[in-house]
Design a protein around this ligand. Structure first.
Ligand code: ADP
Length: 457
């Protein structure tokens, strides 16, 4: 089972402490080994110097002395002649070093441990003196070295855990400080609810990782908030729009009932109610399109469409309306301009534009519908009229949902303020754009530019 602490903080501190422990262990072992090799090396060097001194002394003087004294600073040495140990210094005897040691000539230096647990570094050599084979051994007490090594080991063994503990605590405190923004973010995020979408995560430092994370989240929250706001507005606008024709329906019916109308008046009331219900149906259609637009429900139903098709169809359908109003529709529709698109949606966009042109152009006016290639090689659909034009302050806004320049006039002609917003969405869906050129009092021209399908020639 893998041990895994619950908090990131503990995980950070633990892994740091574990890493430090491994490093310290490796460091301690190598420091101890180096120090030991060095110190013992020094002892060995000293033993060799002693050996040289004793050898020189022995070569000069008599070989058999009952008790040899210290030679200079050399206190521990023993001598053997042939195969017989003959003598040793008083220190050698006192410490119980073996008399036979000079005879063990191989290897030249070795270590010897006394019964009391003291260790010695010994060096031996053999010389030929006056025809005799003389073996000499010297010993160096390792006590000081062992003491130093023990002190070093103690420091390392006690110091390392303290260092590791300090590192763990330090890392823990540091991690707590570093991770504080995450806690603050979690708290703030918990406070962001459907009712309070305007709250944002705190950003302490824009440049660090947490800051960037908070900024990214805040952008998402902003998008969610605006989507919510849009839905809310749409719903309230939509209910508002629905209420008007419903009220009209109701009051026409009520008046007819109350006045106990004759057959003619009844027919009139029914006609007017039918008109209102038509308006209602159109409005509901528009709302349906927009709600699907919001849900991004339109995708991938695209096919190659000749732009002349929706244009001609719409003109055919709406020509009756124009005739009723004594308007002329002039067309200049060229076939062969293909775009990738959904025929129904494209038709809806063209319909809304031509319908507007007819609605807002006074009786006897002229409407031109053209399909051709524009200067940049894109497909261009143009709907121009000789109507009143649109004042500059309204030119952007008329594309917004439910926006009408003159609500009463527009409503009287069946408008709901959705036509242009649907048209713009439809064109945008096809990767195109709508441009408006208008002169007040002279008329308007809506130009739809659409990218051409690749197969187009
Ligand atoms: P509506 O359903 O009211 O026509 P639209 O979104 O289609 O809604 O149009 C928004 C407003 O833009 C209309 O109320 C109208 O005042 C103005 N408008 C649209 N087309 C024209 C046009 N061809 N000439 C003058 N005004 C227009």
């Amino acid at each position: 089972v893998r041990f895994r602490p619950r908090t990131v903080r503990a995980r950070l501190a633990l892994s740091l402490a574990a890493t430090l422990a491994v490093l310290l262990a490796a460091f301690s072992v190598s420091v101890y080994a180096t120090a030991r090799a060095n110190l013992l090396g020094q002892v060995e060097t000293r033993a060799r110097e002693d050996l040289a001194l004793v050898a020189h002394e022995v070569a000069e003087g008599p070989l058999e002395v009952s008790q040899m004294e210290d030679i200079g600073l050399v206190a521990l040495y023993a001598v053997a002649v042939g195969d017989e140990p003959v003598n040793a210094s008083s220190g050698w005897v006192k410490r119980g070093l073996p008399m036979s040691l000079p005879l063990a000539n191989d290897p030249e230096t070795k270590r010897w441990k006394s019964a009391e647990g003291l260790t010695y570094t010994c060096a031996t050599t053999s010389l030929d003196i006056r025809g005799e084979r003389v073996s000499i051994a010297v010993a160096q007490d390792e006590r000081h070295v062992q003491k130093s090594l023990a002190t070093l080991a103690t420091i390392l063994l006690v110091g390392s855990p303290i260092a590791i503990l300090a590192a763990f605590l330090g890392a823990s405190v540091l991690a707590r400080r570093l991770l504080a923004p995450v806690g603050a973010m979690a708290e703030a995020a918990a406070r962001i609810t459907e009712e309070k979408l305007s709250a944002r995560l705190p950003v302490e430092d824009e440049t660090d990782e947490f800051g960037r994370l908070a900024i990214a989240f805040n952008r998402t929250f902003a998008r969610i908030e605006s989507a919510f706001e849009k839905t809310r507005r749409f719903t309230s606008d939509a209910s508002h729009e629905l209420r008007t024709p419903l009220t009209a329906l109701r009051s026409v019916g009520e008046v007819a009932l109350r006045d106990g109308a004759d057959a003619n008046a009844c027919r009139e009331a029914i006609a007017s109610m039918l008109e209102e219900s038509d308006r209602l149906a159109r409005l509901v259609d528009g709302l349906l399109v927009l709600s699907r637009e919001d849900a991004n429900a339109y995708r991938a139903r695209f096919a190659e469409v000749d732009l002349c098709q929706p244009a001609s169809e719409v003109v055919d359908v709406l020509r009756v309306l124009a005739d009723e109003r004594g308007q002329k529709i002039e067309t200049e529709i060229r076939p062969g301009l293909f775009v990738q698109g959904d025929p129904t949606i494209l038709r809806q966009a063209v319909f809304n534009l031509v319908d507007n042109a007819i609605k807002y152009t006074p009786e006897g006016g002229t409407i031109r519908v053209g399909v051709r290639a524009d200067g940049a090689g894109e497909a261009l659909l143009e709907v121009a009229d000789s109507g009143p034009g649109i004042a500059p302050e309204h030119r952007e806004k008329i594309f917004e949902r439910f926006y009408r320049i003159d609500a009463d006039r527009s409503r009287a002609s069946g408008g709901s303020g959705l036509g242009l917003s649907i048209a713009r969405w439809a064109v945008g869906l096809h990767g195109g754009r709508i441009e408006l050129e208008t002169t007040e009092g002279k008329g308007s021209a809506f130009r739809v530019h659409l990218p051409r399908a690749r197969a187009a020639t």
